[in-house]
Design a protein around this ligand. Structure first.
Ligand SMILES: Cc1ncc(COP(=O)(O)O)c(C=O)c1O
Length: 380
């Protein structure tokens, strides 16, 4: 049996008639850039997440960059930070979380993660802010692998110091902290519609969700060169628009996303039961021990025998991935341009041990059993 980490072809085949119909509408209208499907998607996503506004952009990376720039505009009245301005984030994430901080003009400050949730540690944030609050303008918590950060603690700490929270929701579409959807806690939530994401398009795409009118207005300007009017610009903007074809696909997929996430939670429960207590495997934090509704963008285990296990599973035609093999603070770009607070030992530990197993909304019982059996066989 051959099991990819995510079977996008199978997912597509299950809904392809709906997708082709939606495409057809866009082709007939020939309004590809910011067409009516983009507006519809913005309305549906904002009502799904519970925010007042949603603005479609060209990628998750641009969602972060434009949210940062709009925050700078709100703070300073200009669309870029100064290099003395600091933005806190985690070093254990995809590069876009932190390179957008540099692109917005500010300096990233890396703070260590919790060793079990792999998310930024709220205690460390509090500690850093108590001595550096005047420099810090924002924090970007990342809901890694589809598991929520502790938003109670993050919101409480940042409120005390007047720091903006920009949530990186790229991996957690539909996830919740308590009863609230992720993306609805901070000044802005940044979504990615990269094809492998929980709500994925057929190319790049992203969205910013917010309850803040100014942020929504500035992002709307920033995505189209910086003007309210096309030929009369106010600020330095980008060409970062979501297109109608992507929006038409995403509108169809949005109808299925809750069912897909529920399926993934069921597969995760099987892994949780079957892999519990095997050798040194550390399982993802159980959602019954935290007030979260995870979406399992990844199902990630940790073991000291990671590399050997990965090779063994590869021999058995089971695809696994290491997210992430190098912590950002060890990468050349960031080494030279960022600040590190304290030790990043948990991020370094995670890099050495994490392994993401296949988890797919339509993964069959047979596939999950095969994966579990091969992992058990490796550890015998
Ligand atoms: C945590 C995180 N942030 C940001 C991004 C950037 O999203 P995109 O690839 O849509 O630009 C990604 C996606 O790859 C991600 O996983």
């Amino acid at each position: 049996m051959k099991v990819p980490i995510l079977n996008l072809k199978r997912l597509h085949n299950s809904i392809k008639d709906e997708i082709y119909e939606a495409f057809d509408d866009v082709f007939s209208e020939q309004h590809f850039i910011l067409g009516k499907q983009v507006k519809q998607l913005e309305e549906r996503v904002s009502s799904y997440i519970g925010t007042k506004y949603a603005i479609g952009v060209a990628s998750g990376t641009d969602a972060l960059l434009l949210a940062l720039k709009a925050s700078s505009y709100e703070i300073y009245g200009r669309e870029h930070f100064k290099s003395e301005d600091e933005i806190i984030t985690t070093p254990f994430t995809f590069v876009a979380t932190a390179d957008t901080i540099l692109l917005s003009g500010a300096t990233p400050v890396f703070i260590d993660i919790d060793p079990y949730t792999y998310n930024i540690s709220p205690e460390n944030i509090g500690e850093y802010l108590s001595n550096n609050s005047s420099k810090v303008k924002a924090i970007i918590p990342v809901h890694l692998y589809g598991q929520a950060c502790n938003m109670d603690e993050i919101m409480q700490t940042t409120k005390q110091f007047g720091v903006y929270v920009i949530e990186d929701v790229a991996q957690a579409f539909g996830g919740k902290w308590k009863n609230k959807k992720l993306g609805n806690f901070g000044i802005a939530g940044c979504l990615s519609f990269f094809p492998t994401k929980g709500l994925g398009g057929f190319g790049d795409g992203g969205m910013i969700v917010t309850n803040d009118k100014t942020i929504a207005e500035i992002v709307d300007m920033l995505r189209k060169h910086g003007g309210k009017d096309k030929y009369n610009v106010n600020i330095l903007g980008h060409n970062s628009r979501l297109d109608a074809l992507q929006a038409s696909i995403l509108l169809q997929k949005l109808k299925h996303v809750d069912r897909w996430n529920e399926n993934k939670r069921k597969i995760a429960e099987v892994y949780n039961t079957e892999l519990s207590g095997i050798n040194d495997i550390i399982l993802p934090v159980r959602h019954n021990s935290l007030p979260i509704t995870p979406v399992y963008h990844q199902y990630t285990i940790r073991t000291k025998k990671r590399d050997k296990l990965q090779s063994y599973l590869k021999e058995k035609e089971i695809q696994t991935m290491v997210y992430y093999p190098i912590s950002l603070h060890k990468q050349k770009l960031f080494e030279e341009r960022t600040k590190i607070f304290g030790s990043l030992k948990n991020a370094e530990l995670a890099v050495k041990g994490v392994l993401s197993l296949p988890i797919d909304p339509l993964q069959t019982e047979k596939e999950t059993t095969y994966i579990v059996n091969m992992i058990k066989e490796f550890f015998v």
